[in-house]
Design a binder for this molecule. Sequence first.
Ligand code: CDP
Ligand code: MG
Length: 726
Amino acid sequence: RVHFGPGPQAEGREVFRALDSALAAPFFVLPFPVGGGSDWEGGIFRLHVSFSRRGREAGPEARAPLSPQEPSGPPPPTQAQQKESIQAVRRSLPVFPFREELLAAIADHQVLIIEGETGSGKTTQIPQYLFEEGYTKKGMKIACTQPRRVAAMSVAARVAREMGVKLGNEVGYSIRFEDCTSERTVLRYMTDGMLLREFLSEPDLASYSVVMVDEAHERTLHTDILFGLIKDVARFRPELKVLVASATLDTARFSTFFDDAPVFRIPGRRFPVDIFYTKAPEADYLEACVVSVLQIHVTQPPGDILVFLTGQEEIEAACEMLQDRCRRLGSKIRELLVLPIYANLPSDMQARIFQPTPPGARKVVVATNIAETSLTIEGIIYVLDPGFCKQKRNKQPTSFQISSNQRAGRAGRVAAGKCFRLYTAWAYQHELEETTVPEIQRTSLGNVVLLLKSLGIHDLMHFDFLDPPPYETLLLALEQLYALGALNHLGELTTSGRKMAELPVDPMLSKMILASEKYSCSEEILTVAAMLSVNNSIFYRPKDKVVHADNARVNFFLPGGDHLVLLNVYTQWAESGYSSQWCYENFVQFRSMRRARDVREQLEGLLERVEVGLSSCQGDYIRVRKAITAGYFYHTARLTRSGYRTVKQQQTVFIHPNSSLFEEQPRWLLYHELVLTTKEFMRQVLEIESSWLLEVAPHYYKAKELEDPHSKKMPKKIGKTREELG
Ligand code: CDP
Ligand code: MG
C-alpha cells in the first residue's frame, strides 16, 4: 500500500499537488487509487526515489518558449507548407541572426573557433550557410566531423531534409564501414576517425575548401590528432578554412593552439533548470532510474524525459523494464513512449526519437552521452542523470562537473526544466572533477601511431599535440606495433605495417587478417573479424525465455573457444540465407548479424589492397586459431594455481561467465579484450597452445617463459561454476 505524504487527511490530488510543488516527492505518488493492485502490494516495484532540491541553473536569460511544434491540424501539410515550416525552424535557431556576421568572420580569418550552446544550430546550419555562400563551387567539399557515428548519420539526414535533397547526394555521411556519399556529395558529415583516414589518400585535403571540427570540446583521440594535422595543412594551404566548433566555454585552449585564432560566440538561449539530488547514494542506479522515470511520468506536468545511461546493454535493459512496468500499470497511467538511442541502433529507429510526441503522451528517450551535446531532441523538460558514463574500457562516474552540467542543460531548451541527479549533492561537489581528461591521455594509441607513421610523421614526441599523451603510453604503442611487426627496430613502418594501416581496424585485428593469408583461412578470419566488431550484442536473452536462450547459445559452442562460436553462428546464419526467422529462433540479434555482414563485405573489399587472397580452412580450425593468435599473442593468459594470469604483465584476470570456455578452464588462452566490471574479465577467449606463440611471435616470446612450471597436475576447476555464480 502506498503511504501518502504530509498527513493522513490529505488525499489524492491535494497531496499530489503539494508534492509536486515541493517536488521533493518523497514517495512515488500515484494519482489514482491503488487498492487491489496486487502488483503494488506484492512489492514487485520499488516505489520511490527521494530527491531533494538544490539550486537552479539559470541560463543567460530566459526568453519565451518556442512556439510548440506540430501537430496542429488534421490535414497533412502540403509540400510547400512543409518546406516553409522547415525554413521557419531554421530561422528560429540562435545561430541564424548571426549568419552574415559569421560568414564575414570566416571570410576574414583562416581559422575560427565557434562557441555556442548545444542546439544553437552549429552542426546543421553552418555547413549549409557555407554551401549557400558558394564554398562548394568548383567541386570543392566541406567536411564536418563528429566524434560519434550516430551523430554523423542523424545530422546528415536532418540537413539533407532541410535542403530537400536525397541523403547521399549533395549531403552525405561517412562512418567506419558505412559510406553514404557519392561523387556529388559536397557536404560531408563524417566521424573524426574517417577524416583522419582521408589524410591517407589525400594528405593535404586538397578537395576540401572547409574543414569543420565539430564537438571539439569532447576531446576524443581522433579529434585531438586532427587538430595537429589540420594546423599543419592550414599552414601551406592558406585558402583552406578551418572551423573548430565547441559547445562549452573552454574555447581559449583551441584559440591558443591555433595561433590565437578569434573566437566567435553565438549567444545561448537557455531556460532555468532546477536541480534535484538524491538524499542518499543509490545502490542500483538502473532500478532507481526506472522508478524515477515512472515517478516523473506520474507526478510531473507534460514534457519529455531524457535519461542518460552508459551503453546499449544497459539502455535495452532499462527500456525493457520501463515497458514492462508500463504494461502492468496499463491504463492507470498515460501513455509513455520509450525510445532508446545508442550507436548501433538502426537509423529508422534512431529517427523515431526526433518525431514529435503525440498529444496526451509522454516520451522518454534513453540515451548514451551522445545526447549530452551531439544530439538535440526538442521538447525535453526533464533530465535524469545517474551520473555514469562509459569511458573506453569501463564504466565510471561521469566524474566531470562539466558533463553533469551539460546533461542538466538539456532540460532547459524549450522551457524551464528539471534535472534529477541520482547522486547526492555532496558527491557532485566532492567526487566529480571539473573537466574531462582528454582521451589521448587515457587510451591506447596503437591505431593512431600506425596512422601517423603511415602519414610520414616519424617524430611523434614532437608532434603538435594540443595535450601530449603520456610518454609511457606512446612508448607502449610503439612497442606493440614493433611486436606486431608493423614497425622495424628503427621505428620505421614495415611493408606489413603499411598494409595494417590500410585496414580501418585495430592493429591486432589487422594483423590477424594479414596472417590469414599464411594459414589459408581468410574467409573464416574475415567472419571472425566482422563478428568481433559487433561484439557483445550477438545473443539476446529475453527474461521470460532465459532457459531457451541459454540452450540456443550453448548449441553454438565449438571446442576451441568463443571466436569459433562466433564463426559458427555466422556460418549457420549464412546457410539459412541470412534469414531473420533463423535469428529469431536461435535467440540471435538479427540487427547485429546484418551489421556483421556489412562489415565483412567491407573488409573483404579491402583484402586485395593488402594482398590477401580468399581462402578457406575447410574445417581445419587449428589454422583459424593460429591466425587469430598471430594477431592477439599480446593478449594471452595462462592458468596458474591461483587462477588466470596474463603472460607478460602477470595481471590476475578471469574468464567471463558468458564464455564457452568458462567451465573448461584451458591452460593457455588468448582474449579479445578485458572488461573491468566487478573483476577484470576476459571477453571472447580462445584456447591456444603455448607452442603456437613461439610459432607466430618468436621475437616476442622466449621458450623459457612458456614452460609450465607445474606441468602435470592442475586443479580441475578454479573459480566458481556458472551455477554457483547464479
Ligand atoms: O550543433 P548544435 O548543437 O549547435 O545544433 P544542431 O545540432 O545544429 O541543432 C539545431 C536544431 O536542429 C536543434 O533544434 C535540433 O533539434 C534540430 N535537429 C534535428 O531535428 N534532428 C537532428 N538529427 C539534428 C538536429
Ligand atoms: Mg552540434
